[in-house]
Design a protein around this ligand. Structure first.
Ligand SMILES: Cc1cc2nc3c(=O)[nH]c(=O)nc-3n(C[C@H](O)[C@H](O)[C@H](O)COP(=O)(O)O)c2cc1C
Length: 329
């Protein structure tokens, strides 16, 4: 089976090694770390340097950094390079106030000269291929991606990932892929363009490849509690057919494995469980189950592995025979 380029998007508090390894196993062809703060890295903050841990089985892997000054970003890139990632990715897309408001992440969409200075400085500092992930622009009046894509390419980046929203949209509204296509269709652009935003089904992934001409698709939120989405999409892109319905038991076994791996990675049972809740809350496995509310609350409150696993076993017992509707996924 051909492997289509499907990447696991960088996501803070989500794309740790435990989750990356699962996504890789199900067919993600590249994974990204959570974003890593350049200043904290330079200051050698332990919780930050820990994010540089990558494993042979998950390669190719990109470590993502963010910051607001060319010098510290270059220093951070040199430190990151020692971890031997396959790519060093620069985050020019994070919209949250504590990042963008301080002139890092998507904040740099308001200061293009500085964005380009940072990019040049990072490219110059390392031999590892440098990639960039950004958004369409700051707001609807400044959808400048088609202008800056070329300038970023001229700085020497290897690839560009574009999330089809502006900073001001945060995560609201639908991702707009038309400008992503425009960047890709620019005859002067020769680096691979990665499209990102709202790819949640195999059919949508195929549409994105077919209609927008992008070189790869990056998937974020649709992976929550569903690392097998990469397998679903790979299969559909190869065969034009959806995989048969997965059993509840199979899905729960994967979710349990994720819990185990999270606890192991974090090194604390309770924190590992709390960390997994985002996946329980969003997993398609639990969508549309009749009379599920109380069980859902219990699942999201449980704070020991034994409790979580027991609730999951009860879910299989009670709802396991229900064929999940394809539209639930
Ligand atoms: C919880 C969460 C954390 C995120 N953290 C990062 C991050 O660290 N770096 C980054 O570039 N984007 C981050 N993003 C944005 C995603 O990478 C992605 O661009 C966005 O979710 C849109 O893709 P999607 O519609 O497939 O989710 C984050 C998104 C979410 C939901």
């Amino acid at each position: 089976m051909k492997k289509f380029p499907l990447y696991l998007a960088p996501m803070e508090d989500v794309t740790d090694p435990a989750f990356r390894l699962l996504c890789k196993r199900f067919g993600a062809t590249r994974v990204y770390t959570e974003f890593v703060n350049a200043d904290a890295l330079v200051r050698d903050v332990a919780s930050t340097t820990r994010k540089l841990n990558i494993y042979a089985e998950e390669r190719p892997v990109a470590i993502q950094i963010y910051g607001r000054e060319p010098d510290s970003m270059a220093d951070a890139a040199r430190i990151v390079e020692q971890a031997k990632p396959d790519f060093i990715d620069i985050n020019f897309g994070c919209p949250v106030k504590k990042v963008a408001g301080k002139g890092a992440g998507a904040g740099l969409l308001k200061d293009i000269p500085k964005m380009l200075d940072i990019t040049r400085a990072v490219v110059k500092a390392v031999n590892t291929p440098v990639t960039v992930k950004t958004r369409l622009g700051w707001d609807d009046n400044n959808r400048i991606i088609t202008d800056i894509a070329e300038a970023l390419q001229d700085c020497g980046i290897a690839e560009l990932a574009i999330h089809g929203r502006t900073r001001c949209q945060m995560y609201r509204g639908d991702a707009d892929w038309t400008l992503i296509r425009e960047v890709k269709n620019n005859p002067r652009i020769h680096i691979p363009i990665i499209g990102n935003g709202d790819v949640t089904t195999p059919e949508r992934a195929k549409e994105c490849f077919d209609n927008y001409g992008i070189d790869a698709i990056m998937i974020g939120r649709a992976t929550f509690g569903c690392p097998w989405i990469f397998q679903d999409i790979q299969h559909y892109l190869n065969t034009g057919e959806l995989l048969p319905e997965r059993s509840m038991q199979w899905c729960i076994d994967i979710l349990k494995e994720h819990v185990e791996r999270s606890i192991e990675w974090i090194g604390d049972e309770r924190k590992g469980i709390v960390h997994s809740r985002r996946h329980f809350a969003a997993s398609p496995v639990f969508k549309g189950l009749f009379d599920f509310r109380q069980t859902r609350i219990a699942l999201l409150r449980a704070d020991s592995k034994a409790e979580v696993f027991q609730i999951m076993d009860e879910i299989v017992e009670k709802w396991g025979n229900r064929p999940t509707l394809p539209s639930d996924k």
